[in-house]
Design a protein around this ligand. Structure first.
Ligand code: LLP
Length: 418
């Protein structure tokens, strides 16, 4: 047992204060996601400002958090959208992102999805293989409109992040090699139905080192130079997303250094930079609230059983990711190590392992920090658990932005088939 004062007690991220979170939990119940829209605005502004006067478009990666109110907030700040499905494109449009600021990425797009994207008239489709490019061409031909495309190039650089979220190595499924890309650009250049206007790379997520990003940008910039020399008039240099955030004590990349490193590699290239941050914008802007149900000791091991589970926040179970967990009522001074576990029938169902916590009361609310990215967007109905509610805080006011699912929502698509 240690004295709480001597510990590095995590601060609540964003502008959240404990009273506000207590109120959110009381008014909307738990488990619950809470997003700080003011913080989201700040993070967006930081990224935008980092690129200064340079022609830049921030295309927020919806996969990190696709709540409509979050996207709407970003739309109001003039963000574009990086989407990976028709569902995300629909969300972007519904939330007010103009179609000419939407890009469509992903390795497995099908004809009906490509046709719909072309019909909508989004900015461009990021193609990830020659076969996909040929499918885009035939879809465009059918519709009688040329398709604007960008090619995702795999720079074969180790991003030095978790292997599950590393995407820029040749053994990863993403993009095509520089050599293959050259051939594809030439093909596209001579096609009546393809308009190659961009070049794209994205090497991974939760990146905390600048060097691999700069090296990738250098390789891709060289390719861009050679394309322009061939009169292939690309206009967009899409650097993907991936900037990491602090979950624990990670040193992260400063957006300004990030922008400088990219701009350095782009000297002599008059291209609009597209940047696709997800986690950087929303990660530290959200917390997940969960209530203590029971507590028990197994031998010497302390378990805190809460009402939130891996279906709500899968990152700890899936990536062994660490999220700080803070009790909202820290009157107790004694700390001991505990596993914070959910009600799901799996040993891997935990929100935190060996977390230092004071003694807790059942019913007390814990805040799981930095849960704004890849939290709700990766939530499932495993164990037939309704997905939790989401609320947003803006100018000190809290409002519901997604209501809690109910059992009826879970069975509605099946019950007529009994
Ligand atoms: N652009 C592309 C092409 C991507 O694949 C991704 C993320 C992003 C942008 C946004 O990356 P961010 O800025 O958020 O790092 N579920 C994992 C993260 C998967 C990221 C997938 N791609 C996690 O919870 O850590």
């Amino acid at each position: 047992m240690k004295n709480i004062e001597s510990q590095n007690i995590p601060k609540l991220d964003g502008n959240f204060d404990k009273d506000l979170l207590q109120k959110a939990a009381k008014d909307f119940g738990t488990p619950l996601y809470v997003y700080d829209l003011d913080r989201i605005q700040e993070r967006y502004a930081q990224m935008k400002a980092a690129f200064g006067g340079r022609k830049t478009m921030i295309c927020y990666a919806l996969k990190a958090n696709s709540n409509l109110s979050v996207i709407k907030k970003l739309a109001s700040l003039e963000s574009g959208a990086d989407c990976v499905s028709l569902g995300e494109i629909q969300r972007a449009i519904l939330a007010g992102i103009p179609k000419y600021k939407i890009i469509y990425s992903g390795v497995g797009k099908q004809a009906f999805e490509i046709q719909e994207a072309l019909r909508i008239g989004i900015l461009f489709i990021n193609v990830e293989s020659k076969e996909e490019m040929l499918l885009v061409e035939s879809c465009a031909q059918e519709l009688g409109v040329p398709a604007r495309i960008s090619i995702r190039v795999n720079p074969d650089i180790d991003p030095q992040t978790h292997p599950y979220i590393s995407t820029g190595l040749k053994e990863n499924k993403f993009g095509v090699s520089i050599e293959e890309a050259k051939g594809m650009y030439l093909l596209a250049h001579h096609s009546k139905y393809l308009e190659p206007i961009g070049i794209h790379f994205h090497i991974g997520s939760q990146l905390t080192k600048l060097k691999p990003i700069a090296e990738s940008a250098r390789k891709i910039a060289q390719l861009a130079h050679s394309l322009l020399a061939l009169k292939i008039e690309i206009k967009f240099f899409d650097i993907g997303g991936g900037i990491g955030i602090t979950y624990s004590d990670e040193t992260t990349i400063n957006p300004y250094d990030y922008a400088q490193a990219i701009l350095e590699e782009l000297r002599g290239l008059d291209l609009t930079i597209i940047c696709e941050p997800g986690r950087f914008i929303v990660g530290n802007s959200g917390v997940f609230l969960t209530k203590v149900l029971y507590q028990k000791m197994h031998q010497n091991k302390r378990f805190v059983i809460v009402d939130g589970a891996m279906n709500d926040l899968i990152r700890p179970s899936f990536y062994d990711a660490y999220h700080q967990i803070v009790p909202l009522n820290t009157e107790s001074q004694e700390l001991s190590s505990a596993d914070v576990v959910g009600p799901i029938c799996e040993s891997g169902d935990y929100l935190g392992k060996n977390i230092s916590l004071p003694s807790l009361q059942n019913g007390e609310v814990l805040a799981v920090l930095s849960a704004g990215a890849y939290g709700f967007s990766m939530a499932s109905n495993y164990n037939s658990r309704p997905r939790c509610a989401e609320v947003a805080v803006e100018n000190g006011a809290i409002r519901l932005v997604r209501k809690r699912e109910c059992i009826e929502d879970l069975i509605v698509l099946e019950k007529d088939y009994l």
